[in-house]
Design a protein around this ligand. Structure first.
Ligand code: F0G
Length: 356
């Protein structure tokens, strides 16, 4: 029950459309309720008249959209008596699972691809006390292993094949419609394992049951990890956007359904295009997201310029994770390293005067 104006997390807010009862113990860290920010400087660069909003999911408690699904998955795992959860992850799911398990007082096992997860995500899983299992393989291998081992051990899988994850994540669509006061024309997001596009589509179709209103769903992938563009699963996904370094998306059929039923499409971006979009958002809007997240904005700008998204459209892009998750990639794309100078007024004056 909400008390005063205090926000008690997304399950509390959206309990009418989520599978919980009044007696369910909610495992929440205040996730959801993220800002929908209108871009002020970037749209003009397209030369077209469009409204672009970003849903800044990096402002969730562990810095990614995963918290929306994790609060539900862990709440239900605890309700069902589970003492341990397990997931495969490119990083963010492991950070989120670790945090919510800590909050619930249960154990988290996370399988991650050795050397292929961003530093901040690893730090989170370690700090929250998860059992971290690095595998000499990629996310897809980890996912298969998780499914196999769950048949032999009393652990609850909290990847997005867990239906409660999708239920929690659909709340992002509800928040967007509430904030905009209408359904956007286009909803664009990066696609990896395809749980998030599935969840958004579920949210929009639930809300649009009577009116039939829904956005056109557009999914962007990294060129080296683009099974939806290839039309089949791929074996060796590779991209700088490690969050979406996935070749065998688990929600394959559901993502195709979202694309077809909404009249949308999939497209891909090179690593260079993804990083350029990440930098653009940082430099022009003050919004720092991780590389995978920027795929949505990079793709949208291209599709506005080429006319696939028409003038007058209201577009929402999901920024799935915070830029601080991956400091290495961020720093490596900034040309100039800050130089150390003498701690004197003269030296500081010299350093700024020719830059004004
Ligand atoms: N963006 C970020 C930052 C992600 O971490 C992920 C997925 C996606 C986009 C793609 O979302 O899988 O629902 O299509 N990360 C997962 C993980 C796989 O393990 O953290 P999706």
């Amino acid at each position: 029950m909400a008390t005063g104006n205090r926000y008690l997390g997304l399950i509390d807010k959206f309990r009418a459309v989520l599978p919980v009862s009044d007696s369910t113990r909610l495992i929440s860290i205040g996730e959801g309720n993220t800002p929908l920010i209108k871009l002020e400087n970037i749209p003009a660069l397209t030369g077209k008249n469009v409204d672009i909003y970003v849903k800044y999911e990096g402002l969730n408690p562990t810095g990614s959209f995963k918290d929306r699904g994790m609060t539900m998955a862990v709440t239900k795992a605890v309700e069902e008596g589970s003492k341990a959860i397990i997931c495969a992850s490119t990083g963010n799911t492991s950070a989120s699972a670790a945090a919510y398990a800590a909050r619930a007082g249960i154990k988290a096992f996370v399988l991650i691809p050795e050397g292929k997860i961003a530093l901040g995500k690893l730090a989170q899983a370690m700090m929250h006390g998860a059992e971290i299992i690095q595998i000499k393989g990629n996310f897809d291998h980890g996912m298969q292993l998780v499914k196999d081992v769950a048949e032999h051990a009393p652990v609850t899988i909290v990847n997005s094949i867990n239906p409660y994850r999708i239920q929690g994540q659909k709340t992002a669509a509800y928040e967007i419609v509430e904030a905009l006061g209408k359904v956007p024309d286009y909803h664009c997001l990066p696609v990896g394992n395809a749980g998030n596009i599935t969840a958004h589509w579920l949210g929009y179709t639930e809300m649009g049951k009577i009116s039939g209103d829904h956005p056109i769903m557009v999914g962007y992938q990294a060129a080296g990890a683009a099974p939806f563009l290839k039309g089949e699963m791929i074996d060796d996904p590779e991209t700088v956007a490690t969050a979406i370094r996935i070749g065998r998306p688990q929600s394959w059929d559901q993502a195709w359904a979202a694309q077809k039923e909404s009249g949308g499409w999939f497209d891909l971006l090179s690593d260079e295009e993804i990083l350029a979009a990440q930098k653009l958002l940082s430099e022009k809007e003050g919004i720092f997201c991780e590389p995978a997240s920027a795929a949505s904005v990079g793709g949208v700008l291209r599709d506005i310029k080429n006319g696939k998204i028409p003038e007058g459209s209201t577009i929402v892009c999901t920024l799935t994770g915070h830029g601080l998750k991956d400091p290495d990639t961020a720093i490596s794309q900034c040309a100039v390293n800050p130089q150390a100078i003498d701690a004197s007024l003269d030296a500081v004056k010299a350093a700024i005067l020719d830059k004004l």
